[in-house]
Design a protein around this ligand. Structure first.
Ligand SMILES: Nc1ncnc2c1ncn2[C@@H]1O[C@H](COP(=O)(O)OP(=O)(O)OP(=O)(O)O)[C@@H](O)[C@H]1O
Ligand SMILES: [Mg+2]
Length: 353
């Protein structure tokens, strides 16, 4: 792994003026993507994700800030230089934007028109279709393909000019979960085999979890949290990040059930409902035994789950801890010292449910 910055956004502002209204879509955002990253940008609708990534290839000129891609100052390029630079930045979208009246092969070869001779183009298109697993569909038309297949065509087309970067803006949002996984797997494979750097915009942490090595969380035009995937998943600092993660790891669904039964939980003074998040091989059993042996704290597991992120196990437990207040406090401290992220869950907190 090299640490070469391939995309460097510094202090980016994008402000829109519309009918006397001012929208600060992106506010003072800096972002460094290194060569070979699959960098996830996650956030709810309107957070500014699309606006931010459109700055990378100057589809959107920022109001302020600097943009460097592969060592080039993108904002200083003349139109011809910009066209060349853009060929090295492929893009795919939720709507595949294929040309309905052209065959799959023609769609994929379209960006190569005037760049390669006919024969070479044919060869290149065949190679690209092979890469995305659609060789048999070369002479079909877009309408004959499924959504997942159409997205594969869009990916092949985006790769026609051998880009170094692929920007995926909600490319899987219109697809079912299984098809989404297969597209994400394809992106991962292209990242590995071609060394392609991927910027993956999504509103689903689930997608980020599957393939990204880094993630940034956007809210109201700002990046509120960022880091490598395992760190963010194991030690999220912002409630919004935690919420995205809880959805991706099915914790929110579990919490909903638990909170619905909160009345039956009937927590006493000496009981606490907590969530434990931990990284690495340390599993739930030794921890819970330890809390009992050391402090006499009994933990009743309501929900448990282990995810593998970047080859690292990440555990999540929802437990009711019972014990004397001072013992509970000591157990709490023990967890924190052991590098376990422990948070109190309030069954009356309707916001989470
Ligand atoms: N061309 C434009 N003119 C005016 N306002 C715009 C323009 N493009 C985006 N905006 C505004 O900027 C904000 C961020 O929009 P953006 O499309 O970047 O969000 P997003 O995170 O990509 O959302 P989504 O998940 O819905 O795609 C929104 O408030 C949007 O209305
Ligand atoms: Mg968008």
């Amino acid at each position: 792994m090299t640490n070469e910055a391939i995309i460097q956004l510094k202090d980016i502002d994008v402000t829109f003026h519309n009918k006397g209204q001012t929208v600060e879509a992106v506010k003072k955002v800096s972002l460094t993507v290194e060569r070979g990253d699959i960098y996830g940008v996650v956030g709810y609708s309107g957070a500014g994700k699309s606006t931010l990534v459109r700055v990378i290839n100057r589809l959107q000129r920022p109001t302020a800030g600097s943009v460097e891609v592969s060592g080039q100052d993108i904002l200083a390029l003349n139109p011809r230089e910009l066209r060349t630079a853009r060929t090295k930045i492929g893009m795919i979208f939720q709507h595949f934007n294929l040309m309905a009246s052209r065959t799959i092969a023609d769609n994929v070869g379209y960006p190569l028109k005037g760049r390669l001779a006919r024969d070479e183009r044919k060869k290149k298109v065949a190679h690209l279709l092979d890469l995305v697993g659609l060789s048999e569909k070369a002479e079909d038309y877009p309408a004959q393909l499924s959504g997942g297949q159409k997205q594969r065509v869009a990916i092949a087309r985006a790769l026609a000019n051998d880009p170094e970067i692929l920007i995926s803006d909600e490319a899987t949002s219109a697809l079912d979960p299984k098809t989404t996984s297969s597209i994400l797997e394809l992106l991962k494979r292209l990242n590995k085999e071609l060394g392609l750097t991927v910027v993956l915009i999504t509103h689903e942490m689930e997608a980020v979890k599957e393939i990204c090595n880094k993630v940034a969380v956007m809210e109201a035009g700002e990046i509120i949290e960022r880091g490598d995937l395992v760190t963010i998943f194991s030690r999220p600092e912002k409630p919004l990040t935690q919420d995205f993660i809880n959805t991706a790891t099915q914790i929110n669904q579990a919490l909903e059930k638990i909170f619905r039964q909160a009345a039956t939980l009937n927590l006493s003074e000496s009981q606490q409902l907590v969530q434990l998040q931990y990284v690495g091989a340390s599993t739930d059993a030794p921890l819970i035994t330890e809390l009992y042996k050391r402090y006499g704290v009994v933990s009743n597991i309501l929900y448990g789950n282990v995810e593998i992120l970047q080859d690292t196990p990440l555990g999540n437990l929802i437990v009711v801890m019972s014990g004397e207040p001072d013992k509970l406090a000591a157990a709490w401290q023990y967890c924190q010292d052991a590098g376990i992220n422990i948070t109190h869950l309030n069954p009356n907190d309707s916001e989470v449910a």
